[in-house]
Design a binder for this molecule. Structure first.
Ligand code: OXD
Ligand code: MN
Length: 580
C-alpha cells in the first residue's frame, strides 16, 4: 500500500502514546475480514449464529455499561468555546488531550493496533473524503470493513499527504469514568477512548461523517447531514430523490428501505443515516451516502415494519446485543409476535419475561449491497439529484403528519425549530421532548447558529432549491393510539411530496406553518382511515402551536448574535400569523 508520510508519522506518534504490542495496517480485503472473524470467534468476542438460517452472521455482546452513544462524554474541542456553540459540550484542546492522553497512555499494551485507512463515499467521487483511524478493537475493524471502504481505495483518494481525518480509538478499560469522545475540528482529529460501541467507536460514522464532516462542509460550502437518501419511483418510471433528517431510532432505516403498499410506486435505497450534499455546477443539490453499510436498530424490525431489512440481515451480518434462540438465531422484541421459548438475553443470561431480551439499542451491521431495495445509483460518484428535503421528528402531539414549507428560508426555520422525544440510541431518559434542529443536535460539530446561517446561505447557489417538508409519523389520538399507520403506508406521504415537487397536488390549506394537504390530497385508497381521523392527523392548532413555539426564544436566544436574523424573523412572523 502507498502510505502518506504524514499518516505514517502520526501512526508512529500514536503508537508511542498507546504502546501496542504490534501495529497492523488494514487492507480491507475479504481475507483480512475472515481472519478477524476467526480470531474473534476463537476468543469469544463473537458468537457464531446458526449457519443454515443466518450464514456468516455473528453475535457480539458489548460491555453492559457500553450500549449507546454517550452524549455527556462527547466534546467539541475547538480552540474557542463559542465555535463549539451552546448546544455542544466543549473542552479546551489542551485539557482534552491531557485528560484523554492519561487514559490512552499505554492503553494498547499487549494489544494489536490496527490502522484503518477508510474512504467515506464512492470511489472516484469528488465528494468523498478520507479518514485514517487506529483502534485496538478487532470488532471495530470488522465493523469498519462493513460501514466504510477500507484500504488502498482510501489512500488513493487522498488529494495531498495530509488530506485525511485522523482518528484514535482505544477500548481503554471500558470504564464510563474513563470514557471520552473528543473532536478537534481545527486539527481534523478525533480521539475516542473507553467505549467499543457504535457511534462512540466506529469513528467514520458520527465523529467523522457528521461532527468533523459538518465543520469541514461549512468551510468548503457543502452539507453533511443526518439524513437518509431515497429515490421514489412513480408509475411513469420517474425517480425523484429525497433526503430526510430524523432523530436516531425514529424509523429512518425503515423509511430508507420502505416497501411500497401503493401499486406502481417503489422506493430505492441510497442511504439510511448520513447524506453529504453538494451544489453542482448547474445549481442542483446532489447527495452521496458516505457509508457502505447500515448500522440499524434491531428492536421492532420485523416483516411488517421493515420487510427488506429482515431479508437483508439473513447473511453477512454482525449483530450486537440482540437475544439468542436455542437454535442459534438472533431475536429481538418485535421480530415475532411472541418470544420463542428458551431465549438467552443480550447479557448472555436465560431471559426473564418482563426484562428486555435484546437491548433496546441493539443493532445489525450489514453491507448496503445486501439491501433488496438498493438503488442502482447508490454509488454514483456524481451523487443523486435531490428534489426534496424532509425534516421528521417523533412527537406525540402538535406536529401534523406532513406539511410543506413556503420556501427555502421558511423550510430552514422549520428544520431549526424541530423538537423530538428522546430514544434508546443515547444513554439517558427515553421520551423526553428536546429541541433537535435538523436531527443534528448531537452531531453538529460547530456553533449551530453558524450552522443555520450556512443552510440559509446555500440558497443563493441553488437554481432549483429542493422543496422542504416536515413529517411526524408519531402523532397520537386522545386514547394514545397512533393516528397514522406508518411503515409501508408512509409511501402515501412520499407520493404527495413527489406530486408537490412536480407541480401537482394543489389541494392544500395555507396555514401559518406551511402548506398542509387536505385529507383528499393524500392517497388513502384501501386504508380504513376516516376523513375525521385523517383531519386529526393533519390538524394544526393555533393554541398548541403558540405554546410549542414558547420556548423557542430561549433556545434561539442561546446563540446570541450568531442566530441569523431571517430565522428570528420567521419565528416572529409565524407567531403573528397565529395571532400570538
Ligand atoms: C445512529 C444514531 O446510530 O443516530 O445512527 O445513533
Ligand atoms: Mn443516526
Amino acid at each position: 500500500m502507498r502510505v502518506s508520510h504524514v499518516a505514517e508519522q502520526w501512526v508512529e506518534q500514536t503508537a508511542g502514546l498507546t504502546k501496542p504490542a504490534r501495529v497492523l495496517w488494514c487492507d480491507g480485503s475479504k481475507a483480512e475480514y475472515d481472519r478477524l472473524i476467526q480470531a474473534m470467534l476463537q476468543d469469544g468476542t463473537l458468537l457464531p449464529l446458526n449457519p443454515n438460517t443466518y450464514p456468516d452472521c455473528y453475535l457480539h455482546r458489548s460491555h453492559p455499561s457500553d450500549v449507546a452513544r454517550t452524549e455527556q462524554l462527547t466534546f467539541i474541542c475547538a480552540r474557542q468555546k463559542e465555535d463549539a456553540g451552546p448546544t455542544n459540550n466543549w473542552m479546551a484542546p489542551a485539557e482534552a488531550k491531557t485528560r484523554a492522553g492519561g487514559y490512552l497512555r499505554g492503553a494498547m499494551r499487549e494489544r494489536t493496533m490496527y490502522v484503518i485507512p477508510y474512504l467515506m463515499g464512492p470511489a472516484g467521487s469528488t465528494m468523498s473524503r478520507v479518514g485514517i483511524m487506529v483502534t485496538d478493537s478487532p470488532y471495530v475493524v470488522a465493523s469498519m470493513h462493513v460501514m466504510t471502504r477500507v484500504g488502498q481505495v482510501a489512500l488513493s483518494a487522498m488529494r495531498g499527504d495530509d488530506d485525511f481525518i485522523a482518528g484514535v480509538h482505544s477500548l481503554g478499560d471500558l470504564s464510563p469514568d474513563r470514557r471520552l469522545v473528543l473532536h478537534f475540528p481545527e486539527e481534523k482529529l478525533i480521539w475516542s477512548v473507553g467505549s467499543g460501541y457504535g457511534g462512540n467507536a466506529l469513528l467514520g460514522k458520527k465523529c467523522h461523517a457528521l461532527r468533523l464532516g459538518s465543520a469541514q462542509a461549512r468551510q468548503e460550502g457543502w452539507l453533511a447531514e443526518h439524513m437518509l437518501i431515497i429515490g421514489v419511483e412513480d408509475p411513469e418510471g420517474r425517480v425523484t430523490y429525497l433526503a430526510a433528517a430524523m432523530p436516531s431510532a425514529s424509523g429512518k432505516t425503515n423509511l430508507a428501505m420502505v416497501e411500497s403498499r401503493l401499486p406502481g410506486w417503489r422506493v430505492w435505497t441510497v442511504g439510511d443515516d448520513i447524506a453529504w450534499m453538494h451544489v453542482d455546477a448547474h445549481g442542483q443539490l446532489r447527495a452521496i451516502n458516505p457509508e457502505s453499510g447500515f448500522f440499524g436498530v434491531a428492536p421492532n424490525t420485523s416483516p411488517k415494519t421493515n420487510p427488506n431489512a429482515t431479508r437483508m440481515v439473513r447473511s453477512n451480518t454482525i449483530f450486537t446485543n440482540v437475544a439468542l434462540t436455542p437454535s442459534g438465531d438472533p431475536w429481538w422484541e418485535g421480530l415475532t409476535p411472541e418470544p420463542p421459548a428458551g431465549l438467552v438475553d443480550w447479557l448472555g443470561q436465560p431471559w426473564k419475561p418482563g426484562t428486555p431480551a435484546a437491548h433496546p439499542n441493539s443493532r445489525f451491521t450489514v453491507p448496503v449491497q445486501q439491501c433488496p431495495s438498493v438503488s442502482p445509483n447508490w454509488e454514483d460518484p456524481q451523487g443523486v439529484p435531490i428534489s426534496g428535503l424532509v425534516f421528521g421528528s417523533r412527537r406525540t402531539s402538535v406536529i401534523p403528519l406532513v406539511f410543506e414549507g413556503f420556501d427555502w428560508t421558511h423550510g430552514v426555520f422549520l428544520g431549526s425549530a424541530m423538537s423530538t422525544e428522546t430514544t434508546a440510541a443515547i444513554t439517558g431518559k427515553v421520551g423526553v421532548v428536546r429541541r433537535d434542529p435538523m436531527a443534528m443536535l448531537p452531531f453538529c460539530g460547530y456553533n449551530m447558529g453558524d450552522y443555520f446561517a450556512h443552510w440559509l446561505s446555500l440558497q443563493q447557489r441553488l437554481t432549483r432549491p429542493p422543496r422542504l417538508f416536515r413529517v411526524n409519523w408519531f402523532r397520537r389520538d386522545a386514547d394514545g393510539k397512533f393516528l397514522w399507520p406508518g411503515y409501508g403506508e408512509n409511501v402515501r406521504v412520499l407520493k404527495w411530496m413527489v406530486e408537490r415537487i412536480h407541480g401537482g397536488a394543489p389541494e392544500v390549506d395555507e396555514t401559518p406553518i406551511g402548506f398542509i394537504p387536505q385529507p383528499s390530497a393524500l392517497d388513502t385508497d384501501g386504508l380504513a382511515l376516516s376523513t375525521a381521523h385523517l383531519r386529526e392527523a393533519l390538524r394544526c392548532d393555533a393554541g398548541e402551536w403558540l405554546q410549542a413555539l414558547g420556548d423557542l426564544d430561549e433556545f434561539y436566544g442561546q446563540f446570541g448574535p450568531r442566530l441569523p436574523q431571517p430565522i428570528a424573523r420567521q419565528l416572529r412572523e409565524t407567531r403573528k400569523k397565529f395571532g400570538g
